[in-house]
Design a binder for this molecule. Structure first.
Ligand code: ZN
Length: 303
């Protein structure tokens, strides 16, 4: 009887301990994922691309004159106004290349923050994925946009591009990289190799912003710089200039992606900071509110 009471008390105290601990560190992805609307404060990114949140994000409309949002049920088409403006402009440019426009993938959740699935970054409204599938039409039904298969531009052995890659892709990436608002662009390494080969000798500065990255063969990822006056936005380091040692990045570090990275299991498991641009200490899904800037507590806790 006494043993039973003791066991019961132990159980109660364990429960008492467990509850405050759980309350002290809820998963940020869960909290941010509950918001269907942005905060009403002025647009402002808080923190870093992979550890932050955002105020005042605006939605890219589901369908526009030159774009469509893909996988709309995710409700991740929210971005800083600079990002929304850039995507609209880039999609107009895509039309000059003979495409119907652009298919836009994830930007951010309504208040940014970590996501329960998918990306490590995309947390402050300054990252966006653009599909590499050239749109033939931009009046796809909602169901079609939910289910449209991804289309890779990369060969099966991951060393080169396939027939889906065209000169329009190259022109689109060049245009995006030249935009002064853009910090860097992530794309499958064979695409960067192709861009390096095609660029003229005298005009290669923009190539520095094109960063090779694993995956990114069915979409490319645009990352904007912290907008002017965004004091709580943390710029990314190392910069693309540091990573490329002041050059265009068309060097041995680029070849590594289509050689050792693919052939040496140990090397590929140890993708270094220099090679990926992004340190990965803690997965986005594991982040708690206390891992994010203090401002993000207010962003997520305001109804
Ligand atoms: Zn992305």
């Amino acid at each position: 009887m006494i043993r039973a009471i003791c066991r019961c008390m132990l159980l109660i105290s364990a429960l008492c301990l467990a509850v405050p601990l759980a309350q002290a560190s809820p998963l940020a992805a869960q909290l941010f994922g509950q918001h269907a609307q942005p905060s009403r404060a002025a647009p402002m990114p808080h923190g870093s691309y992979a550890r932050g949140c955002a105020d005042g994000l605006v939605a890219l409309p589901d369908t526009g004159p030159s774009w469509q949002v893909m996988r709309p049920s995710r409700n991740r088409a929210w971005g800083h106004p600079e990002m929304i403006a850039l995507l609209k402009e880039l999609s107009e440019f895509a039309q000059t290349l003979g495409w119907a426009g652009l298919y836009i993938g994830d930007i951010s959740q309504p208040r940014g923050g970590p996501m329960a699935s998918g990306h490590a970054s995309h947390q402050i409204g300054l990252d966006a994925d653009v599909w590499l599938l050239a749109p033939r039409k931009i009046n796809l039904s909602r169901a079609a946009r939910e289910n449209a298969p991804f289309q890779s531009v990369r060969s099966a052995d991951q060393r080169s591009l396939n027939a889906n890659w065209t000169s329009a892709h190259a022109a689109l990436l060049q245009r995006a990289a030249r935009d002064p608002r853009v910090d860097r662009i992530f794309i499958t390494p064979p695409a960067k190799i192709a861009l390096c080969k095609a660029a003229t000798l005298s005009d290669r500065d923009w190539l520095q912003k094109i960063r090779p990255y694993y995956g990114h063969d069915a979409h490319f990822h645009i990352r904007l710089k912290c907008p002017a006056g965004a004091d709580t936005c943390q710029p990314q380091t190392p910069t693309v200039d540091t990573l490329s040692q002041g050059g265009d990045g068309c060097d041995a570090s680029l070849q590594w992606w289509v050689t050792d990275y693919l052939t040496k299991p140990v090397a590929s498991a140890k993708v270094t900071n220099k090679q990926t641009d992004t340190p990965r200490p803690k997965g986005a899904r594991a982040l708690t509110l206390t891992d994010l800037p203090k401002t993000c507590h207010r962003v997520v806790q305001t109804p």
